[in-house]
Design a protein around this ligand. Structure first.
Ligand code: PLP
Length: 406
């Protein structure tokens, strides 16, 4: 009774949000011994040494204060220069770039600054786990656009067009995609941009995996005609520079949108930690060669992981970016959660069930290949055993699992 009394005081918008499917599963993982986890979406590399050293040096020099609410101007200038050099999009570092506590905070700020109750947000699905809850908490309504294996988990302009109602305000994009690894080609993104312009939509574009693009070149949404001012571009340092724990990201966009986001940020976060910002500055100044080396490693693992699934008889489309594979585990006759649960129990390998990313993820699992080579090769040996026991016939394997050959 007491518990119900306190529960009743909680904001219903918060009470009604279901717990993350990932968290539920990883509570189980924490209780299991000898687990190899391919579940976590984070680089297995430690942040490169020169970045850590720059941060230590900044502390030695006494950089321990608040920064501007917007973030260090030098960092904003470096972000602006990087975006212009990479994508040809220009932002004024003084009023069009905000340094945030990861892309996570930037996403939340964008939603809270832009949404009014009942506004609809179009979200391609399977989708990153934060998108729907952030939409709901900001008073919006998520509208899912399912994508599937048959079209490489890509979104089409026709799908966007067909989902638009008078309440549609935002289209939320994430390419390269978490959880599928799908990338979009420029031509289709340009068609989607035309739909956004025609219907006056705002696009929030989460490009946190942009540097982890292995197939073709990444297209920055804001670089497409008519898109710079209607796009809130989100990016950060977590994935490309192996800096998940530093908690630094940014949002770039027109001064009205970014100014509104700063209003919330200044009263909630005040600023991102100066130590993290110092490290991010070093990453942008001198971190590109190290970042490219890490990306090469992911790319080699990507080929081997896709091959390993195909060899064991599990369909897996070739992801073009990020560091996830999204195999169709339903060939074993098991649903996503059953597959992940039984694999964990029988072989102590942890994956994320695909339905944690929405209904259209059912029948799949997310496998992160940002894991050590030893872990990957042992996990694949175990998985191959598991699916064989479920009657999946392996393809004729020309070479033994080659992950260990990396
Ligand atoms: N967006 C996507 C698509 C992600 O996959 C993640 C982390 O997994 C985030 C945002 C969160 O990024 P950050 O560490 O910058 O908050």
């Amino acid at each position: 009774m007491t518990q119900n009394k306190w529960a009743a005081k909680i904001n219903p918008a918060v009470r009604n949000i279901p717990p993350s499917g990932i968290r539920k599963f990883f509570d189980l993982v924490a209780e299991t011994r000898g687990v190899i986890s391919l579940g976590v979406g984070e680089p297995d590399f430690v942040t490169p040494w020169h970045i850590r050293e720059a941060c230590i040096y900044s502390l030695e020099k006494g950089y321990t204060m608040y920064t501007s609410n917007w973030g260090l101007l030098e960092l904003r200038e470096a972000v602006a220069a990087d975006l212009e050099a990479t994508y040809g999009v220009k932002y004024n570092p003084r009023n069009e770039i905000l340094i945030t506590v990861g892309v996570s905070e930037a996403l939340d700020l964008a939603m809270r600054a832009l949404l009014q109750p009942g506004d609809e947000v179009l979200i391609p699905e399977p989708s990153y786990v934060s998108y729907a809850p952030c939409t709901t908490l900001a008073g919006g309504t998520p509208v899912f656009l399912p994508t599937g294996l048959e079209n490489g988990f890509r979104l089409s302009a026709d799908q966007v067009q067909a989902a638009i109602t008078p309440r549609t305000k935002i289209l939320l994009l994430c390419y390269p995609n978490n959880p599928t690894g799908a990338v979009m080609d420029r031509a289709e993104l340009a068609r989607i941009a035309e739909v956004a312009v025609e219907h006056d939509l705002i696009v929030i574009s989460d490009e946190i995996y942009d540097r982890l693009t292995y197939v073709g070149r990444h297209t920055c949404m804001a670089s497409l005609p008519g898109m710079r001012d209607r796009t809130v571009l989100l990016n950060g340092f977590s994935k490309a520079y192996a800096m998940t724990g530093w908690r630094v990201g940014y949002a770039a966009g027109n001064p009205e949108f970014i100014g509104a986001m700063v209003k919330i940020h200044q009263y909630s976060m005040l600023c991102t930690s100066i130590t993290g910002q110092m490290a991010a500055l070093e990453a942008l100044k001198n971190g590109k060669p190290g970042m490219r080396r890490m990306v090469e490693h992911y790319n080699r693992r990507r080929h081997l992981v896709v091959q390993a699934f195909k060899d064991m008889g599990v369909p897996c489309f070739e992801p073009g970016g990020a560091f996830y594979a999204f195999p169709q585990v339903s060939v074993t006759g098991l649903g996503s959660e059953e597959f992940a649960g039984e694999l964990l129990k029988e072989e102590q390998v942890a994956l994320v069930p695909g339905n944690a990313f929405g209904r259209s993820g059912e029948g799949f699992a997310r496998v992160s290949y940002a894991a050590s080579l030893d872990d990957l090769s042992e996990a694949f040996r175990r998985m191959a055993r598991f699916v064989r026991r479920r009657g999946v016939r392996p393809r004729v394997i020309s070479t033994p699992l080659t992950i260990s050959a990396l």
